[in-house]
Design a protein around this ligand. Structure first.
Ligand SMILES: [Zn+2]
Ligand SMILES: [Zn+2]
Length: 427
């Protein structure tokens, strides 16, 4: 089908552009139902309704237009701007994600040779840059599900592409969450499968570094996921109770303050093993983490998360103390100091939280009383739940055991012996 001519608009199409500018979603929906409106019509400058809506930062409007078949990669604009570029310019991360999910190409360039990420950076919309740079299309992963060149077998079995893509696209990079994503999919709980997945992640990491427009952020993310997958594999090989032991090790707090020491060392070690020493991002991470004593802020996780997603990883009431998911609402009903997204996460954390729970209660007694008044309903609701939970957790502890005080050594974390910060050593 030939592209519509620029500026060749019906009366209804002129109207829809005005209504988009005014932000009236319902009216746009009504007009889209008319046969006089082509969803990919072009105004005088070659802008589609979708480009207008993206530029105006109207998410509902963009969603509606996409549902009606708006072409996300239309490139008829006089200066080569795409809907993704307009989304980036608007500074709206939700619209930027929406365009990417709809299949927006990230490497199209405008008339001055800039990609959408570069345009967004140019106008200071760094959150949008992060969204674009972190996006990873399923198609790019599926390349590895077909034998290339002389290969007799593809590097990645097609059935693993879906579960692996889900892990790549998660915005919560908490290592506990990543291990949970592995654990929840039986296809991934397999040494052979994990080996193939981490090899592909390493190849992608290399590709991100070596491509013309080097994407260090994505390279670090690929490396991080590869590292987590390798750890999962090592635990599956060595341990009877497998991934649960890895999760417990990541959660286990040290004596005294309950700081998850193994998790800190795990992430520091991962960063240290990034294979491209010259990367500016690596040097920036090392500079931020190296002077920090283990147990102090910022944690390696918060530094890494901020570098990879642009977001701050606060340890506050909003986040699950176990898996780092946002919007956690279940509070430990004894200390009221930690929150969880649900029963499973609370249960997973109890073996280590119980050691500091009482201390937190005493330290925060005035606040506790205050909360008791405010949240008495919630406390009642969760009190019996917690009593049962403690019992069950105790039973589980007694029967299965948990990593003892010497666990970090047994877990063979390479940075355990040297208390030093991550450095750029090649191994
Ligand atoms: Zn959770
Ligand atoms: Zn507690």
């Amino acid at each position: 089908m030939a592209a519509p001519k620029k500026g060749d608009l019906s009366a209804a199409e002129r109207e829809i552009l005005q209504v988009i500018a005014a932000g009236d979603v319902q009216e746009v929906a009504r007009l889209l139902g008319s046969k006089d409106v082509r969803v990919n019509c072009l105004d005088e400058y070659g802008m589609t309704p979708l480009m207008h809506a993206a530029y105006k930062g109207q998410a509902d409007m963009c969603s509606l237009l996409l549902q009606h078949g708006a072409d996300v990669n239309c490139n008829e604009h006089d200066y080569g701007y795409t809907a993704l570029m307009f989304a980036g310019l608007s500074g709206k991360t939700d619209i930027t994600s929406m365009m990417l999910d709809a299949g927006a190409e990230t490497d199209l360039v405008n008339s001055v040779g800039r990609t959408a990420a570069q345009m967004a950076a140019f106008v200071g919309q760094h959150d949008c840059v992060t969204v674009i740079n972190n996006f990873f299309s399923r198609a790019r992963l599926e390349y590895y599900t077909r034998p290339q060149g002389l290969e007799r077998e593809a590097k990645l079995p097609p059935k693993l592409a879906g579960p692996l893509h889900k892990i790549i696209m998660t915005s919560n990079l908490n290592p506990v969450k990543l291990v949970m994503l592995v654990r929840e999919n039986p296809l991934l709980v397999d040494v052979g499968a994990l080996e193939k997945c981490y090899h592909v992640m390493d190849l992608l990491c290399e590709q991100c570094v070596k491509q013309q427009d080097m994407n260090e952020v994505l390279a670090m993310k690929m490396h991080y996921i590869s590292y987590v997958l390798q750890k999962c594999m090592a635990f599956l090989l060595d341990r009877d109770d497998k991934l649960d032991v890895l999760i417990k090790s990541l959660l286990k707090g040290r004596d005294g303050d309950g700081f998850p020491q193994y998790q800190e060392k795990f992430i520091r070690d991962c960063i240290r093993k990034f294979p491209y020493c010259e990367a500016a991002l690596l040097q920036q991470l090392v500079r931020s983490i190296a002077p920090v004593e283990i147990g102090n802020d910022p944690t390696a996780f918060s530094v890494l998360t901020q570098a990879l997603t642009g977001k701050m990883a606060f340890i506050d009431a909003e986040f699950c103390a176990t898996c780092g998911e946002r919007g956690a609402e279940k509070r430990c009903s004894l200390c009221k100091m930690v929150t969880y997204c649900g029963l499973m996460c609370q249960r997973l954390h109890w073996f280590t939280h119980k050691k500091i729970c009482r201390g937190l209660q005493e330290k925060d007694a005035p606040r506790l009383r205050e909360l008791n008044d405010e949240e008495s309903d919630m406390v009642k609701e969760t009190a019996s739940f917690l009593a049962e939970l403690c019992l069950k957790a105790e039973e589980r502890m007694a029967s299965s055991g948990c990593p003892g005080p010497s666990a970090p050594d047994q877990l063979n974390c390479p940075s355990t012996s040297s208390e030093g910060p991550p450095s750029c050593n090649q191994e």
